[in-house]
Design a protein around this ligand. Structure first.
Ligand SMILES: Cc1cc2nc3c(=O)[nH]c(=O)nc-3n(C[C@H](O)[C@H](O)[C@H](O)COP(=O)(O)OP(=O)(O)OC[C@H]3O[C@@H](n4cnc5c(N)ncnc54)[C@H](O)[C@@H]3O)c2cc1C
Ligand SMILES: NC(=O)c1ccc[n+]([C@@H]2O[C@H](COP(=O)([O-])OP(=O)(O)OC[C@H]3O[C@@H](n4cnc5c(N)ncnc54)[C@H](O)[C@@H]3O)[C@@H](O)[C@H]2O)c1
Length: 501
């Protein structure tokens, strides 16, 4: 059997690795350690194998987004000559049954993938007893040379009267009936996606967000496009709105807002962020440093302050996305059991928010972030896409490239790419490859367009619409004193393209 820098197998322990949590990060780490590196691996999962992404996150959410897209598809079909096209009547029990059949299928794949690789699965909660020992809920203890904490996160509830009457994201997938009137509180990833789903499935949906635009942290233009689309599809969008109390009114919920007004809903969903799931895990007691949110503090090798204990995924609160958790788990397994040191680069992580009909795809710096670092040029394509335009459907695509305008080594490098369009998530994946390779605007320009597509606009933006940064770059102005000049170079540059011209 192979032996590496970690010195395994080590008969002093029951296992070489004990993974706590069978989600995206934990399963990948356990499977790679066992199948590819021959480690003796055990795992504990207290709920269902697959974790948040598979059972109560990305997968059921995206399937519900598909379901919720049917009314818009029918409306579009009418514009293409399908007279009388409608989506029909949405039957939640039928969809929910199919959804849970699919989730069970995926759960089995995750479980089999691990056990076929030779892993030992404990279907119960585990806590950390000491640097090399895990205690299971049934009382048994198991020793391991390494422990990997991959327990993910949990939705947070607000500290307001009646908070227990609200639902969390997990609940959407289990509802007995769809609410006729739904309130979603929170304007982040989940708030935007859940409001889109509920609206598309026929719930009269209100989205309340405390900020002035949805999706804080995203490029400002993208945020405004998402705000406008929410209103366009019929969501009652209440920005700069706080919820102060919830009370029961029969099966319904009476909600009090910050301005003193009240309204009644059939369901209230909290989408207020997620907290690392470390409560009661025993980590602090054995000397693992936790951050202010309870996240496990790790170095770039995902190692904690206790050398035998590692952590990956949402529980570390680095970038809380499935592909990141998977990559961190894989890198951990290769480093510790494969004698191949690999760490994860958390820069340039692309992501998408699956709003409808247009979604947001983003990678790299926002315009504001980039402008704060140095001179940049901003290229924008803003147009009514052929497909929607022909069908008489609303919506304008927006694509933005932010380009380094310094005269240094990074001159011309694309620093940020932001797309608001149908299937923007698919497009941004491709842009992320180019940007990861350090592509410049000239590289984009040299690329021949694929016509007629939406994505071709990303290689045909000729002139910047704005430039940020010092006017005279040669002047020795210290960075913190440099004027932040925003000049309109070509105010008419975002070509209002209709029908693929
Ligand atoms: C509604 C929603 C939609 C999302 N959509 C996307 C998306 O579209 N794209 C994307 O990239 N990301 C998305 N995410 C985020 C993504 O789901 C997470 O980033 C990812 O699942 C994190 O993986 P993980 O392995 O860190 O944790 P998890 O997948 O949460 O796995 C942790 C596992 O550990 C188990 N566990 C916890 N404590 C213990 C214990 N003490 N003993 C035993 N088992 C334990 C849990 O039951 C769970 O199964 C979404 C999240 C939500 C909530
Ligand atoms: N498409 C995707 O990739 C995807 C989808 C869903 C979730 N996720 C992941 O899951 C994480 C959690 O999603 P999320 O939407 O819950 O978190 P989030 O951090 O994206 O958004 C939280 C929202 O809640 C608001 N908020 C927080 N506390 C509040 C309070 N007390 N009162 C009022 N508003 C409050 C914030 O202003 C913000 O708008 C995301 O950050 C992301 O990492 C990813």
């Amino acid at each position: 059997m192979s032996k590496d820098s970690a010195g395994f197998p080590d008969d002093a322990f029951d296992f070489d690795l004990f993974v706590i949590g069978g989600g995206s990060g934990g399963v990948r780490a356990g499977r790679i350690a066992a199948a590819e590196h021959g480690a003796r691996v055990a795992m504990a999962e207290e709920s269902r194998m697959g974790g948040t992404c598979v059972i109560r996150g990305c997968v059921p959410k995206k399937l519900m987004i598909f379901a919720a897209s049917a009314p818009e598809a029918a409306a579009e079909a009418q514009g293409y000559g399908w007279r009388g096209a409608t989506a029909g009547r949405f039957d939640w029990p039928t969809f929910r049954a199919a959804l849970h059949t699919e989730l069970s299928r995926l759960e089995a794949i995750y479980e089999n993938g691990f056990t076929v690789a030779g892993g030992t699965l404990f279907k119960q909660r585990a806590t950390v007893q000491d640097a090399h020992t895990v205690r299971l809920a049934d009382g048994q203890t198991v020793s391991a040379k390494h422990i990997l904490v991959a327990t993910g996160g949990r939705p947070v509830r607000p500290d307001i009267p009646g908070a227990e009457l609200g639902l969390i994201s997990d609940d959407l997938f289990e509802l007995e009936t769809l609410p006729a009137r739904a309130l979603v509180i929170g304007g982040g990833f989940i708030g935007c996606e859940f409001a889109t789903i509920l609206n598309g499935l026929g719930s009269k949906t209100t989205l309340a967000h405390r900020g002035d635009h949805l999706l804080r942290g995203f490029d400002e233009d993208m945020r405004e496009h998402v705000d406008a689309q929410m209103v366009e599809i019929g969501i009652d969008l209440r920005l700069e709105t706080k919820v102060t109390a919830i009370s029961a009114e029969g099966d319904a919920r009476r909600v009090r807002f910050g301005d003193g007004s009240e309204a009644v809903f059939d369901a209230v969903f909290f989408a207020l962020g997620r907290a690392p799931y470390t409560g009661g895990l025993g980590l602090a007691e054995v000397g693992v440093h936790l951050g202010s949110k309870g996240q496990v503090m790790v170095d770039r090798w995902s190692q904690t302050s206790v050398p035998s204990i590692f952590a990956v995924g949402d529980v570390t609160d680095r970038v809380n996305l499935t592909p990141v958790a998977i990559r961190e788990g894989h890198a951990f397994a290769d480093t510790i059991f494969g004698a191949r040191a690999r760490s994860v680069d958390h820069e340039l992580v692309a992501s998408a928010v699956y709003t409808r009909p247009f979604e947001v795809g983003t990678v790299g710096l926002t315009e504001d972030e980039a402008a704060a670092r140095g001179p940049v040029e901003v290229f924008v394509a803003d147009f009514a896409p052929m497909r929607q335009k022909f069908a008489g459907r609303p919506g304008r695509v927006s694509m933005k490239l932010i380009v380094d305008a310094s005269d240094g080594a990074a001159e011309g490098k694309v620093l940020g790419c932001h797309i608001f369009a149908p299937e923007a998530g698919e497009m941004i994946q491709m842009a992320a490859i180019a940007m990861g390779m350090g592509a410049t605007k000239a590289d984009f320009d040299r690329t021949m367009a694929v016509h007629p597509t939406l994505a071709e606009e990303i290689v045909t933006m000729r002139r910047p619409v704005r430039r940020h940064g010092p006017v005279e770059l040669d002047q020795a102005v210290p960075d913190d004193e440099a004027p932040d000049v925003t000049s309109d170079i070509a105010p008419d540059a975002p070509a209002a393209r209709a029908v693929g011209v």
